[in-house]
Design a protein around this ligand. Structure first.
Ligand code: G3P
Length: 225
């Protein structure tokens, strides 16, 4: 499974990219607004730090506007994936941009029917929002299971399921078990995935016992006499 990070915070991206675990980045207009940065400038910077796909979302709502914006975004770097909303206009733009060789991420997907349309439109990625479904008392992960099943039953569809609106590590674990190809994680969730109290306790106990030996791995024969 590929891990993308869902942020436009360049400091966070640099920090997490250094782990070697980040395969791409997703942004959206809210994350760009939160960054306080110029969109194209921060996009170029992110594309430089992370060689994998970097999703950048159009703001226009009509096909022609989305095409103009999408082409401008795609010019920023070769690893830009243009994000369009799951609307009739968005899917028309998806079809054209995909035909031009631009990777397209169709966002704001909330049903298997929508996911089927995105794949038919040639999307490289479809982004179902699991957390926002959970928020309204629906089952976000059930949607992922349905989309994965649907795409597997139609092998000619090449769209990857990009699990978005992730709120906690179990969303990621469940998505991986279901066979989703990508999850986009808020930085906090990626950091949470490292954590377990028994890892901390075990490490602390090992270090205390190692201290007692008086040895240093880098100094041969250093055992305390
Ligand atoms: O980038 C799309 C998605 O991940 C947004 O998540 O937390 O705003 O529902 P959230």
């Amino acid at each position: 499974m590929k891990f993308f990070i869902d942020t436009a915070d360049i400091a966070e991206i640099r920090d997490l990219a250094a782990t070697g675990l980040v395969d791409g980045v997703t942004t959206n207009p809210s994350l760009i607004a939160k960054s306080g940065r110029d969109f194209l400038e921060v996009l170029a910077e992110i594309c430089d730090v992370v060689p994998g796909p970097v999703s950048a979302e159009v703001a226009a709502t009509d096909t022609q506007g989305m095409l103009a914006e999408g082409r401008a975004l795609a010019k920023v770097a070769q690893n830009v994936a243009v994000k369009v909303p799951l609307t009739p206009d968005g899917l028309k733009a998806c079809r054209t941009l995909s035909g031009e060789g631009t990777a397209v991420n169709v966002t704001l997907c909330f049903s298997p029917a929508q996911a089927l349309l995105a794949a038919k439109a040639g999307a490289s990625y479809v982004s179902p929002f699991v957390g926002r479904l959970d928020d309204i008392g629906s089952d976000g992960m059930a949607l992922i299971a349905e989309i994965v099943e649907l795409y597997m039953a139609q092998p000619e569809l090449e769209t990857e399921v990009l699990v978005a609106s992730v709120r906690h590590p179990m969303h990621v674990v469940e998505a991986a078990k279901m066979g989703a190809q990508v999850a986009t994680l808020p930085p906090k969730v990626l950091r949470q995935m490292f954590q377990h109290p028994l890892t901390d306790k075990g490490l602390s106990d090992f270090l205390a016992d190692w201290e007692k030996t008086g040895q240093s791995i880098l100094k041969a024969g250093s055992a305390a006499q």
